[in-house]
Design a protein around this ligand. Structure first.
Ligand SMILES: CC(C)(COP(=O)(O)OP(=O)(O)OC[C@H]1O[C@@H](n2cnc3c(N)ncnc32)[C@H](O)[C@@H]1OP(=O)(O)O)[C@@H](O)C(=O)NCCC(=O)NCCS
Length: 392
């Protein structure tokens, strides 16, 4: 079993009522069926049936398939027909792509195209392309600057989600520059610098853009977490280079008092050159966490938690801003805890924050950490510090 399908099966284990319409049935599908994850109850089409055109797997699989009324085999001109695929309810197609370019064009085997198109037309459907970031020997990148027309199987407008070992990105509805930055951020770190230079040479992105620390960053997926705030799902996750505009919007949406509390001075503009430092990060020296609501790829940032290493003292400075409508709901508390855990794992000694003496919310937030907190007033602001080896 290859790594992509193994990872997919693992990720699907805790789902319910999945349905299958696939070229192949495999042992993995049989296992998910026997665990009750696949029921085919809600497919909206061919309900109650696994539909496929072939099977590849163990002897157990063939016994499972033998005379099984829950499995229907059809020739591939039926299974792969985009019109048939699109009749399913919330069809999600998953295919492995060979290569992709920075603009989102895809080279993939022909049958995958039918699934991508079918899923796109299904009500609530989406397509996911999985891509190994490099060739098998690791010598070349599977994300390339630009694919020639002859190789393109899926045009860029049809592509939604792309996942590599380095992260996921939703290309749908994104501008050219956003696609380029997004694709580079999920490329193998060894190739990012060259891709970035090529993108500039090709005129895909402006000459003023920089990659900053994101050149080396490996997105720490384990820091992702979803919490429910008053019935709404809020995802806390590390920031990615493609989040730049969303972070900018978050700052512009803060009210005046909160801007003052966060930056300790008045501020009316948040240019990209400044915001960049929060999204183009290496996740070790600099880590930004975002709280995001809404659909993946279109989400709105409702909170930003930043953590920056101060090399001289090996302490990390933290700063937060939470949108007014989301304050007092435990979002920053969760974020500071995660930032502290990540900093500690990276060998940082402790955290430090600067605020005004009147900022009770920030002071209380810092004190929610399970460490001893020292505060010092310098006549203007208060510094709060804690060390990870001093438990409260
Ligand atoms: C400070 C701030 C980040 C807190 O975020 P939040 O998500 O609202 O905080 P949480 O809901 O996680 O609450 C954290 C703690 O602060 C307390 N708190 C929250 N808002 C408070 C308020 N207005 N007054 C007093 N305490 C408050 C909470 O009760 C909680 O403490 P507890 O667990 O002991 O009860 C948020 O108010 C904010 O963005 N303020 C504007 C920007 C700012 O001041 N940044 C800090 C300087 S870097």
């Amino acid at each position: 079993m290859d790594a992509a399908s193994q990872a997919t099966i693992q990720a699907l284990c805790d789902k319910n009522d999945l349905g299958v319409h696939s070229q192949f049935v495999s042992d993995d599908i049989m296992h998910l069926y026997s665990q009750g994850v696949i029921t085919n109850r809600l497919k909206g089409f061919n309900e109650g049936k696994i539909v496929a055109s072939a099977a590849i797997g163990s002897r157990n699989l063939y016994e499972f398939l033998d005379n099984n009324p829950a499995v229907d085999f059809h020739p591939s001109d039926y299974v792969n027909d985009p019109f048939i695929i699109s009749r399913h309810h919330r069809m999600v197609s998953m295919n492995v792509a060979r290569t992709m370019d920075l603009t989102g064009q895809v080279e993939v085997e022909a049958s995958a195209v039918d699934f991508v198109r079918g899923a796109k037309r299904s009500p609530g459907g989406k397509s996911i392309l999985m891509l190994f970031s490099t060739s098998d020997d690791g010598r070349s990148s599977n994300i390339v600057p630009i694919l020639s027309n002859t190789n393109v199987a899926v045009p860029r407008a049809d592509v939604h989600y792309v996942a590599t070992e380095y992260g996921t990105f939703n290309l749908f509805g994104k501008s050219l520059q956003e696609r380029v930055v997004g694709m580079i951020s999920i490329a193998h770190p060894n190739f990012r610098e060259a891709l970035f230079a090529d993108a500039k040479t090709l005129g895909l992105i402006g000459p003023e853009r920089t990659l900053g620390e994101a050149v080396h960053g490996i997105y720490p997926v384990k820091l992702e977490e979803t919490m429910v705030v008053e019935g709404e799902e809020v995802t806390i996750r590390p920031a990615k280079p493609v989040d730049e505009r969303r972070i900018q919007e978050h700052f512009y949406n803060l009210d005046k008092d909160d801007i003052f509390s966060r930056f300790m001075h008045e501020k009316t503009s948040f240019p990209r050159s400044e915001v960049e430092a929060r999204s183009q990060i290496d996740y070790v020296k600099d880590l930004t966490l975002l709280a995001v609501v809404g659909e993946f790829g279109f989400g709105r940032v409702v909170a930003v938690g930043e953590c920056m290493l101060i090399t001289k003292t090996n302490m990390a400075e933290v700063a937060f801003s939470v949108n007014k409508n989301f304050q007092g709901k435990g979002i920053a508390r969760r974020m500071i805890r995660k930032l502290a855990e990540a900093a500690r794992e990276n060998g940082v000694f402790g955290l430090i924050a600067y605020t005004t003496p009147g900022n009770q919310a920030m002071i209380r937030l810092f004190k929610t950490l399970p460490f001893k907190v020292k505060s010092a007033f310098d006549g203007e602001g208060v510094s709060l510090t804690c060390r990870f080896d001093e438990l409260d």
